[in-house]
Ligand binder design. Structure first.
Ligand code: PLP
Length: 382
């Protein structure tokens, strides 16, 4: 491990050795008391990660599959009329899945780098609705845009029949989701981004009304039915054999975050919701740290400044040989991300998520400053 670069890509990200150790613990039987205890250790932290209110009737669960699988599963649990907000590659993926599933899909296309606003969404819902569900990616990993949820909630206020499904893959544990407060009905996330664990399982949260409506539907999927997964989780009986070692690592990570053990020494001593808030604050500071470094080098953020994500900075590569910058940083022990899809070479991305610290980010940015000198040369020599 020691000669490998540290991952600063937009996930998977660096995993603490203590969490890797959890993966080598021998598996327990998935119908055993030990497994029930493991699931019970997960729930309190997972409810905090989704920002559930104390007496919330929303339910959390874990499924053994990647996040994309639950994009499909959640769509299987709602009606046919879908409004997909598309402002990047992953929101486009959700739309594409809806199309493959034969839904009646309308796309609300937003410029990459931007986010949907209240007026536009309200107008779309009014003129094109009613819709059974809206799909939206909270933190577009491909562009580093975080879509504010308060305007989305306000826009949906006059469409009470429409469910709000959100992908929180690169936001969870890096940003306060406030699932109930924002009127979200279903949210899904892998654990390999800001939860800083290896990939392989997906966490989810469903509102009571999502579950009530979904229970009445005839499902077209058995394995990916969120109701089956959530009811199995509540009963402490996973429908199929789960990825037991990852459950153990997730339980440990959620307990560590809730106990403030992943915080820098200045923030230690905070527990529960306060420890989670301190973690979110750390990521906001890391965004500012990265954006002020970028500004110092004349590099623009790709998203509108006020939409810049706290977990992923997507920066313009104008005048920079992005491949050379990435290659140089790799030699220094840091792996950052290229632009995604059509943004390859046009942007680069730094994933300041998970258990990365501000001090470690400073080291990366210093190395990037050094490497930038040569990465900018081919352009400046003309
Ligand atoms: C925002 C977002 N949604 C969905 C996915 C897909 O996740 P997975 O590849 O784990 O299915 C990703 C992966 O990077 C992502 O960043």
């Amino acid at each position: 491990m020691s000669n490998q670069e540290t991952l600063w890509i937009p996930g998977p990200t660096h995993v603490r050795p203590e969490l890797l150790e959890e993966l080598s613990v021998p598996p327990v039987g998935h119908r055993s008391k030990a497994m029930i205890e493991m699931i019970e250790r997960i729930d309190p932290g997972l409810r905090l990660a989704f920002g559930l209110e104390e007496n919330s009737s929303s339910e959390v669960a874990v499924g053994t599959h990647s996040a994309t699988a639950m994009m499909e599963g959640s769509l299987g649990a709602v009606g046919a009329r879908i409004l997909s907000v598309v402002n990047g590659a992953f929101s486009k993926r959700w739309r594409d899945i809806a199309n493959v599933m034969g839904k009646e899909v309308r796309t609300l296309e937003i410029d990459w780098g931007d986010a949907v606003g209240e007026e536009l969404l309200a107008q779309e819902l009014k003129s094109q609705g009613p819709f059974d569900a809206v799909t939206l990616v909270l933190n577009e990993t491909s562009t580093g845009v975080l879509t504010p949820l308060a305007p989305v909630k306000r826009a949906l206020a006059s469409s009470p029949e429409t469910l709000l499904l959100i992908d929180v893959v690169s936001a969870i544990a890096g940003y306060g989701i406030d699932f109930d407060d924002h009127g979200v009905d279903f949210a899904l996330a892998g654990i390999n981004k800001a939860l800083a664990l290896p990939p392989g399982i997906t966490v989810m949260c469903a509102s009571r009304r999502f579950l009530e409506q979904a229970r009445k539907r005839t499902t077209t999927t058995w394995y990916l039915d969120p109701v089956r997964t959530i009811e199995g989780h509540i009963a402490r009986k996973t429908p199929t054999t789960p990825c037991i070692p990852l459950y153990g690592a997730l339980a440990r990570q959620l307990e560590d975050i809730s106990a403030g053990r992943t915080l820098a020494s200045a923030d230690r001593g905070r527990t529960g919701g306060k420890a989670w808030q301190a973690r979110f604050d750390k990521h906001e500071r890391m965004r500012e740290q990265t954006l002020s470094w970028a500004a110092g080098h004349g590099i623009q953020p790709f998203p509108r400044r006020e939409l810049s994500s706290p977990t992923i900075s997507c920066l313009s590569g104008t005048g920079i040989d992005v491949g050379a910058l990435m290659g140089g940083l790799k030699q220094d022990g840091f792996e950052i991300g290229n632009g995604y899809g059509p943004l390859k070479g046009e942007t680069f991305r730094i994933g300041h998520m998970g258990d990365h610290t501000e001090a470690a980010l400073e080291d990366l940015l210093k190395a990037a400053s050094r490497r930038l000198r040569s990465a900018q040369e081919p352009f400046s020599q003309g």
